[in-house]
Design a protein around this ligand. Structure first.
Ligand code: PMP
Length: 405
């Protein structure tokens, strides 16, 4: 991997002082910091390349349109999709899932049909399905976890019935770090002709995605978790499926022709992009993907795994610590609690030392209920973090433990 000090220079915020102490940013699963190239792309977009896209005959509009479409192609290449028509820009993972649940769900599911999710889902992959349940009466079934907090694949197989019409599953848990065997989950579903959505919010920043190899029907992620801007995300869908789905929102760009009697819809991908899209965000996301590719996703995975192993072994030396998420395949998320210390207190007292971690239920309350806790403390690592920062974090945790003794 490129020299870590050089990498850190790309992220000026890492130089920030918090309460006069160096910032140790370990909240990367919530959102990542942005490299200079991404911020410059946004600035350059607004200063030099801003015009509403698609509808303009003038130079700037055509240039902006081309940049947006090139960004779409970049995302398609990044995922190894067949075509840029399969890439829909959304506001993020949450909107992408809502789009599929509303459009596909309302068109192709009916009362009594079963949708399989898992015990470790983020609320974004639970609540939209519950809203559909309330509207049309689908049944939600839940894959349980084993004692290492991995999905129980045998139980998953047993959940599939003639009525199962959709599987919607996270690739990596934002709480446990568990990397789910999505390829296997998809192939089992496909044996039964069931489409699968993969929530890639926590996997794309850490794992190389080859959508052709995975054979996911839908794959969704957020720009801000992969060093890109907020407000932009992606829905990948197989062309055949997207083609047959009705539009999600109505308005500009998603139409072919409008009259008061009848409106016809635009072709893919525009059918799903009503209104002015975030064309500055899409181009900056493309820059973020280029940045990641330059460092190399395999290098990132390897380095982050070293950080995770080191942090895990150091944390386990502290008495009373309990780590949640002991999967064999795990990404760089470390959730824990320490006996007698509320997660919120730990978060606050680490913050006072300049250390940013996340505390609470992490938008995964059903998982918290299963784990029998109200919340956890979560440290999540990026390739710009260092072993020295882990040492500061561990020292910080020890200091908090001493305060409570
Ligand atoms: N799914 C998972 C697994 C996540 O970690 C998150 C973000 N915490 C989301 C979905 C929602 O992402 P966003 O808020 O960017 O839409």
């Amino acid at each position: 991997m490129k020299d870590i000090n050089e990498i850190r220079k790309d992220f000026p915020i890492l130089e920030k002082k918090i309460y006069n102490k160096p910032l140790v940013y370990l909240d990367n699963a919530a959102t990542t910091q942005k490299p200079i190239s991404v911020v410059q792309k946004i600035e350059d977009g607004y200063y030099n390349a801003n015009a509403n896209i698609h509808r303009g005959v003038h130079f700037l509009s055509q240039e902006a349109t081309e940049a947006h479409e090139q960004a779409r192609q970049k995302v398609a290449d990044f995922l190894n999709a067949n075509s840029s028509k399969e890439i829909i820009f959304t506001r993020g993972t949450t909107e992408s899932i809502n789009l599929v649940v509303s459009s596909y769900g309302e068109a192709f599911l009916k009362k009594g049909d079963e949708v399989i999710v898992s015990q470790m889902e983020h609320h974004a992959n639970i609540v939209p399905w519950q809203m559909l349940r309330d509207k049309i009466g689908i049944v939600i079934k839940v894959i349980p976890l084993n004692s290492n907090q991995e999905l129980d694949i045998e139980e998953y197989k047993k959940l599939i019935t003639d009525k199962t019409k959709f599987v919607s599953i996270s690739h990596v848990s934002n709480v446990l770090g568990t990397i789910n065997p999505v390829k296997e989950i998809i192939s089992i579903a496909h044996l039964n002709n069931i489409p699968v959505l993969v929530d890639g919010a926590q996997s794309v920043p850490h794992i190389k995605i080859d959508i052709k190899e995975l054979d996911a029907d839908f794959f969704v992620f957020s720009g801000h978790k992969i060093y890109g801007p907020t407000g932009i995300g992606v829905l990948y869908g197989k062309e055949k499926l997207l083609d047959n789905m009705p539009p999600y929102q109505g308005g500009g760009e998603m139409i072919a022709n409008v009259s008061f009697e009848k409106t016809t819809y635009n072709e893919l991908p525009y059918k799903f992009e009503a209104g002015t899209p975030d064309y500055i965000g899409s181009t900056a996301l493309s820059t973020a993907l280029e940045y990641i590719e330059k460092i190399g996703i395999d290098n990132i995975a390897h380095y982050e795994h070293e950080l995770l192993s080191y942090a895990t072994s150091e944390l386990l030396k502290i008495s009373g610590v309990k780590i949640f998420g002991n999967a064999k395949e795990k990404s760089s998320v470390l959730s824990f609690l320490i006996d007698g210390i509320h997660h919120y207190d730990m978060g606050l007292l680490l913050d006072k030392q300049g250390i940013a971690v996340r505390t609470g239920h992490h938008c995964a309350q059903p998982l918290m209920t299963y784990l029998g806790v109200e919340g956890t403390v979560r440290a999540s690592f990026s390739f710009y973090n260092t072993k020295d920062e882990i040492d500061i974090f561990i020292k910080g945790v020890k200091r908090v433990v001493q305060m409570f003794q």
